[in-house]
Write a protein that binds this ligand. Sequence first.
Ligand code: SF4
Length: 307
Amino acid sequence: MLNKEYIDKIKELKSKTNAIILAHYYVNPEIQEIADFLGDSLALSQQAKKTDADTILFCGVHFMAETAKILNPTKKVILPDIRTGCTLADLSKVEDIEKWKNSFNNPFLISYINCSTKLKAISDVICTSSNAEKIVKSIPKDKTILFATDKNLGSYLSKKLDVKMHVWKDYCRVHNTFSEEHIKELINEHPNADIAAHPECPEHILNYAKYIGSTTGIINYINKSERKEFIILTEPGIKYQLEKNSTDKQYFFVKNECGQNNICINMKKNTIEKIIEALENLSPEITIEEELRLKALKPLELMLELS
Ligand code: SF4
């Protein structure tokens, strides 16, 4: 629980700078507690686009704050720690994907929102794990579809929707490394538990899941379920929301292959102290060169239109 002094300080700074705090479900609980809006990538993008606050303080990772700036360029977008990268977005180099794209004749590139602004700028449409099915289904059948960046999400969509897609090879270090042994152990210990997974997990892990969906999808699924125990395959930051919604359910988060809690270390770089410092200095600020921003805006707007 956050102390009152911190809460009051943040409130004061927010009102002084007319700031809104947007936070992803994977950040630490004390940040979720003070956020004005909490969500997954899709909900946060929609919120960033419509806010009338002067400043957006983004508690998430770098590509999310950049997305907020692309969608709402007149706002000052600040990120408490500029080093909060995303391993998936950082793995996918635009030069490599552009070369891959150019090796096809008139392809249609869908890029997962977890990517750089430069990659968004060469994409035809963006998707998140919440709207990916809708986006893929909206592409005319005669198109050659390429899917970047996450190989697990791309393969899952291609199989589920029976749509031929060429899928790029990168992955999220968190969702790609769940331990199958630990899933089996948890199933043994809690045979009545329901299993929910994020589609960034590889197929052999998804095969265990009864429900597969985005972070918000998993939270909603568990909230509506009559079951009392859940084995969960996504970042454990969502536990805060789950416990807020229901106190009589138990949540078991699967560890990674090294036997550790499978956390996204970048999301955890956001801290209350850094938030206060960022609001005091209105920095580190996200800036994007206008020509690049306009190119990246097009596929993002198409995504929001189709969502
Ligand atoms: S959980 Fe994975 S995809 Fe999400 S921000 Fe962390 S590294 Fe990136």
